[in-house]
Design a protein around this ligand. Sequence first.
Ligand code: ATP
Ligand code: MG
Length: 553
Amino acid sequence: MTSPVGSPSGAASDPIIVAARETSGDADGAPDGGALAGAAVAGPAVAGAAVAGAGLAGGAVREAAGERAGAAPSDSASRLQVLLVDDDRTLRDGCASVLQIDGYHVTSTGRGDEAIDLLKRRKFDIVLVDLYLTPISGMDILRAALAAHRETIVIVMTGNPSVATSIEALRAGAWDYLPKPFSAQHMQILLGRASHAVAASRETRSFRDQLVEQHGNSDRITLLGVSPAFRQAVELARKVAPTDASVMISGESGTGKELIAQFIHRHSRRAGRKLVPINCAALPEPLLESEMFGHRKGAFTGADRDKAGLLETANGGTLFLDELTEMSHPLQAKLLRVLQDGVVRRVGSEQQDAVVDVRFISATNREPQDAVNSGILREDLFYRLRVVPIKLPPLRKRLEDIPLLANHFLAHYWERHRPAGDTPPKLTDGCVEFLRSRPWRGNVRELQNVIEHVAVIAEPGRPIRPEDVPVYDDPATHPPGEAVPAAIMSDAYHSAKDKLVAHFEKEYLQRLVVRAGGNMSRAARLANIDRTTLYRLMEKHGFRRDELSGTLE
Ligand SMILES: Nc1ncnc2c1ncn2[C@@H]1O[C@H](COP(=O)(O)OP(=O)(O)OP(=O)(O)O)[C@@H](O)[C@H]1O
Ligand SMILES: [Mg+2]
């Protein structure tokens, strides 16, 4: 279907992408009006004439504002300044023509020194640069573009798209890469997505300005930690936040992966748009697929209307793929396609339903490389999603953070649970030492729960001693096998397994609901499952919430 740019046959039969403007505002309270919705796919194609040598005559630097073609990608394109740098004149002129027809204001040059000079003098929204330029390389131009304007979107074109070079460019701040040869359509889709990102970034800037005006600062995430290992992770998060690079966060349960994801989103150019979380472990495959991709009416029993998925909801914003390694292989393959070209196809659909511009942040409790080695995670998806890896250290490896976090949680929960005016208690040195000595297998979340418990029962103004700190069951101290009733072990394998799972689920639910003080939303959060799953499990075992905890939410 598609023809490489530079080929005279062009892209005559390619469908082109037309962006539509969303009519409703952003539910998150982002400023209204700029949201470019998922694009509809429409035929017929931009003429093949758009490619191959249809460029402008003259010197090394050429400039032209394109006529708005009827099917240009977006209203905002005509206002966008694009710099195109490639020493292959045919390709350069071909690309420039396609983009001008689509309404971009294009400046092109074949020389690196001229490109750097231009970048210093003028602000470009999008820079499309060949990675293999000499004597000044595409990487040099990428760095110069970002040094001049951090917000500039740089797309690198690579004739030799090895994973290593592309990843290197993405790590250095490139927004995406375009492997050569590419079709006019491929470039148009990519530039369409880039324009959405520019629009979102402009909105975010005005949103941030508003916040700073109202509250003095826009940073509402409390990320505490002084240990070098934690600070290093936060610094990396801060550095990568303004780029569109995919981030993979790994770390044990409760180390703050979701918090880091929120921090990155809040500091990104997409902060005014949504951060949409999806827990890949919480739903069985068909449900997860329809949650993520949406579905068409009649796609399955109960699908009584068309429904957009979370990928479309996250358009212009960030999708947080929690527990990524729990995603099935077919879904990983489907997700990879969205990462490659932004095209979303709803379940039961015969066509491409939307083109989305989404930034991906993923998280996992496993070691991601191990998940790849053992075949759980597709390698190509891993490389796409792990452009920047962030590893969060377990709490037991950052003991310096324990006093800070414990005092913060104590103040927080004291304020929440106790009447105003009650004198807050203080943690004794002995208590802090005791806290530092615990294994904290549940990491910050476990510490948070323990301190909440302390805040609820402590006497106002009385110091908190080690014996006031509840010690929850530590599974590591249980003798092996104790949790498994002996009778089960002599049953047939499948029946024994089912009984054991049921036994575990019951035991787990009982403890969970007690831990969450009877609050189901909190229980679901602690267990990292959604509330529907929690209710289903409780129903399965005949539990009533009030029986378990004595309290209702
Ligand atoms: N550095 C921190 N400063 C303040 N609060 C923190 C910090 N790290 C984690 N928390 C708090 O600890 C709890 C657990 O954090 P979070 O949900 O981000 O962990 P997680 O790694 O995603 O856990 P899981 O793997 O179980 O999903 C949250 O309530 C979060 O606010
Ligand atoms: Mg989490």
